[in-house]
Ligand binder design. Structure first.
Ligand code: GUN
Length: 294
C-alpha cells in the first residue's frame, strides 16, 4: 500500500500559521510584508503561476504589487526595474517570474535582487549561504520537499536520494540541502548515461524534468519514496513527470500532480516572504511553526 501525500492539505496548514503570524505582527508593528511580483512577456503558464501566488499572498494578509512588462524590454530595463524595487522601502520581497523571454539574461535576476528581499532564495548570495549551511531561507520547492520528507521519514540519514534535474531552482539547491541531512545524493540529468538504472537504486526519487510521464513503474525501487515536481499539460489535463497510476503500486509514499508539491511551493514562497520581513524588522523568525518547518 502506498501513501498518497496530500500537498494541498499540508500547504493549507502552513498558510494558516503564516496568516496568524502576519496578523499578530501587524497588531504589534502596524506593518505587513509586501511582495512585488515582476511578470515579463506572455508566457501563459507563468501568468497562471503568478496569479496563484498573488491570490495566496493576499489570503494570508501579505500585500502584493504586480508589475507587468512587454516581452521586448531589454536587460538594462530589467536591471533598473529590480534596482528600483530593491530601493523601495515599502517592498519587503521581490519575485521575478521565470523563465524570462529568451533575449533577457536570467543571471541579472540572480545577481541583482537584494538578498534580503530574495523571496525565491535562489540569488547567488542566498545560494552561497545555503551551501555554507548558514541560510535562514531556502528555495521554495526544495524547502517544501524537505518538509515532506522529514514529516514522513523523520531521519533522512543514510538514505540514497536520486534527483533528476539540475536546475538552480530545484535540483542543485535540493542536492545541497539533502547532503546536509546526511543523505547520499546523486543528481542525474539529460547527459547521464543510464538514468533508469540510477533511479532503480533510489530510496528517495525526486523528479524535476518537465517531461510528462517520464518515470515508469520499472524505473523505481520497491517501497521507495517518489516526489514529482513536474507540471505539464497533456490533452488539457495537468500531469507530472511520473506515470502516477502505475508507479504508485511500487512506492511507500508518492506525491500526486496536481495537489502535491505545487501548493507547497507557493506556501513556502510566503513563508520566505514572512521570514525576510521579520528579519528586516529585527523581529525573531524563531516562531515555533517556522522552526518546525526547517
Ligand atoms: N518559475 C518556475 N518556478 C519558479 C519559482 O519558484 N520562482 C520563480 N521566480 N520563477 C519560477
Amino acid at each position: 500500500m502506498t501513501y498518497i501525500i496530500n500537498g494541498k492539505l499540508i500547504a493549507e496548514e502552513l498558510l494558516s500559521s503564516i496568516k496568524k503570524e502576519v496578523k499578530d505582527k501587524f497588531e504589534i508593528i502596524k506593518m505587513r510584508p509586501k511582495i512585488a511580483t515582476v511578470l515579463i512577456g506572455n508566457n501563459s503558464a507563468s501568468k497562471v503561476y503568478v496569479n496563484a501566488k498573488l491570490k495566496a499572498a493576499e489570503n494570508v494578509g501579505i500585500n502584493t504589487e504586480l508589475l507587468t512588462f512587454n516581452e521586448d524590454i531589454n536587460n538594462k530595463k530589467l536591471s533598473e526595474i529590480i534596482t528600483t524595487l530593491n530601493e523601495r522601502s515599502d517592498i519587503t520581497g521581490i519575485l521575478v517570474q521565470l523563465p524570462l523571454p529568451k533575449h533577457l539574461d536570467e543571471q541579472i535576476v540572480f545577481e541583482t535582487i537584494n538578498y534580503k528581499k530574495d523571496v525565491d532564495a535562489f540569488g547567488i548570495y542566498n545560494i552561497g549561504l545555503l551551501n555554507h549551511w548558514k541560510s535562514q531561507i531556502m528555495p521554495c520547492t526544495p524547502q517544501g520537499i524537505l518538509f515532506i520528507l522529514k514529516k514522513y521519514l523523520k531521519d533522512l540519514s543514510g538514505k540514497k536520494v536520486v534527483i533528476i534535474g539540475r536546475s538552480i531552482i530545484v535540483g542543485r539547491p535540493l542536492a545541497s540541502i539533502l547532503i546536509r541531512e546526511n543523505c547520499t545524493v546523486t543528481v542525474v540529468h539529460s547527459k547521464t548515461i543510464n538514468i533508469k538504472e540510477e533511479c532503480s537504486l533510489a530510496d528517495i526519487l525526486i523528479v524535476a524534468t518537465g517531461v510528462p510521464n517520464l518515470i515508469k513503474a520499472d524505473w523505481v525501487k520497491k517501497n521507495s519514496f517518489v516526489i514529482d515536481v513536474g507540471i505539464s499539460r497533456v490533452n488539457n489535463k495537468i500531469v507530472g513527470d511520473v506515470d502516477f497510476e502505475n508507479v504508485k503500486n511500487f512506492t511507500s509514499f508518492i506525491t500526486p500532480v496536481p495537489g502535491g508539491i505545487g501548493p507547497l511551493t507557493v506556501a513556502n514562497l510566503l513563508l520566505n516572504t514572512l521570514k525576510l520581513f521579520l528579519i528586516q524588522n529585527n523581529l525573531s523568525s524563531d516562531v515555533a511553526f517556522i522552526k518546525n518547518h526547517n
